[in-house]
Design a protein. Structure first.
Lengths: 115, 113
């Protein structure tokens, strides 16, 4: 069975400080992993994805994530937070095959950025 | 680039009324999905389609029906709306296949009173 745990429902950082959003997954198969961002009253936008190539994945807007199989983690980081980063972030795991029903969304982490 | 377009964006319904949400994608994607998003529950899959003329149930299909008569369109119907169906609805599409990105529409806010 697959599942996704986002360890923090809410994270607050000061502008210019690093961001760490944590995600742990469980999957019986080699997963594909994604981070999506949702700004208020908007749809979800892909930040980055891991599909078994390089374990350190770079995404848009300066975000990156590292796939650590031994820790079953895919934490999202950014060196310096910007006010525009305030949003909801979703970690998503999907099974290697094409079945839709193996796409699992985490509950989300709300990021606040303090001026 | 339109991507995934949903209409309407906002709607208020009375209990028992029916309505249809329309989703259109211009990326020639095979897979299309309808999700609902509720506070603290993330996104839950309602129905999905892996190609024109096909539909299947997701996690929370009760009270909803769907149709995919054309590849680019995926309709979500509520036959008899209930207050429990008050939610934000997202349509999405993808090529299908390993690691393919799912592209989302901007959401439809539905309130059932």
């Amino acid at each position: 069975a697959q599942s996704v745990t986002q360890l923090d429902s809410h994270v607050s950082v000061s502008e210019g400080t690093p961001v760490l959003l944590r995600c742990n997954y469980s999957s019986s198969y080699s997963p594909s992993l994604f981070w999506y961002v949702q700004h208020p009253n908007k749809g979800l936008q892909l930040l980055l994805k891991y599909t078994s190539a390089a374990t350190l994945v770079k995404g848009i807007n300066g975000f990156e994530a590292e796939f650590k199989k031994s820790e079953t983690s895919f934490h999202l980081t950014k060196p310096s937070a910007h006010m525009s980063d305030a949003a909801e972030y979703f970690c998503v795991v999907s099974r290697q095959k094409t079945s839709y029903d193996k796409v699992i969304f985490g509950p989300g982490t709300s990021l606040s950025v303090i001026p | 680039n339109a991507g995934v377009t949903q209409t309407p964006k906002f709607r208020v319904l009375k209990t028992g009324q029916s309505m249809t949400l329309l989703c259109a994608q211009d990326m020639n994607h095979e897979y299309m999905y309808w999700y609902r998003q509720d506070p603290g529950m993330g996104l839950r899959l309602i129905h999905y389609s892996v190609g024109e003329g096909t539909t299947a149930k997701g996690e929370v299909p009760d009270g909803y029906n769907v149709s995919r008569l054309k590849k680019q369109n995926f309709l979500l119907g509520l036959e008899s709306a209930a207050p429990s169906q008050t939610s934000v609805y997202f349509c999405a599409s993808s090529r299908g296949g390993r690691g393919n990105t799912i592209y989302f529409g901007e959401g439809s806010w539905l309130t059932v009173v």
